[in-house]
Write a protein that binds this ligand. Sequence first.
Ligand code: SAM
Length: 374
Amino acid sequence: MAEKTITADERRDALVEKIFADSIAFMEILGVYLGDKLGLYAAMSDGAWMSAPELASRAKVNERYAREWLEFQAVSGVLDAECDSVEDDSVEDDSAEPFGRRYRIPEGHDEVLLDRDSLAYVTPLAKQMVGLARPLPALIEAMKSGGGVSFPEYGEDIREGIEFGNRAMFVNLMGEWISAVPDLHERLSSSHSPARVADIGCGSGWSSISIAKAYPNARVDGLDLDGDSIEAARRNAASEGLEDRLSFQLRDASAPELSGTYDFAIAIECIHDMSRPVEALRAMRSLVGESGTVVVVDERVGDEFVAPGEDVDRLYYGFSVLHCLPVGMSEKPSAETGTVMRTDTLGGYAREAGFSEVEVLPVENDMWRFYRLR
Ligand SMILES: C[S@@+](CC[C@H](N)C(=O)[O-])C[C@H]1O[C@@H](n2cnc3c(N)ncnc32)[C@H](O)[C@@H]1O
């Protein structure tokens, strides 16, 4: 059967629908951001029904705003409203008294909205979205001039959004990931000669903390270019009681003076952000010498450009234009990589840095690909 050709009018209508639906989704993400940032979900964490005045008093926000936010959340399917069926007789009464209507976090949604240890905790994505938008005027200028936007210009929301967006994966899966490299697992487990680990671009430190927890004999040094991230990492290590085996330094991973002797160097979701990724990989190679292990964890993007693309590529192209490419271009010279760093691109950087082989490790993960550089 001949394929049906899509007319220009149909294409027009489909794009109108898409942009309309995307606009709703955009505002709903901002609604989740407000719930998280203002502690509105936290105030409802016991799962009990709650009216707008009750929420306002618990979360210390204005009653009228609390009511509007609750109605918005219920209409968009994030919260349950006590009477959400039009057949229900009490709806009329409730509409007459909107401040009397009650809401709750449905079972299941609590994990997504509030449980920071759960792999289902995707609420930090809302923080990331708001963080991406914060320096838009600077991005507009950068896109004209070829300049960049530095990581600190994105502010607290992007930093915390990344921190808590990744934390649950580290806390739950780090041991499993490292076990996929048996010789590395064995080395990190040694009690005779405690292993030393360098966590490159460690952000707020949860990857370092999770390695230290999975391997109680190992010592981990994290380094990152962002001062606020390093301060957060130090606070996090202290709150976990791990300061004796963890240290965090404000350092550029691609600086030639980077030194030390390590058994394992890992760089998670940061090589594509770097202005000078080859220099960073070269430094990692030299940190571990001949016998150590280098692992890079980065985005699981497709092997080639496909348009329209899969969700993972759509997500990472969004991050790329709005954040990672401008961050990488904020220092010159720059490799101008962007979030969509394909396996081939990393392979080229690795060869330039002196590695002879890039092996993709057998780690199942929808978002990230794990590479061992030999
Ligand atoms: C997307 S965040 C990932 C943080 C952390 N690895 C994680 O997975 O949660 C990228 C990090 O790379 C850091 N970074 C970028 N360029 C760097 C460089 N040249 N040296 C050290 N850190 C760098 C940024 O400051 C940022 O904290």
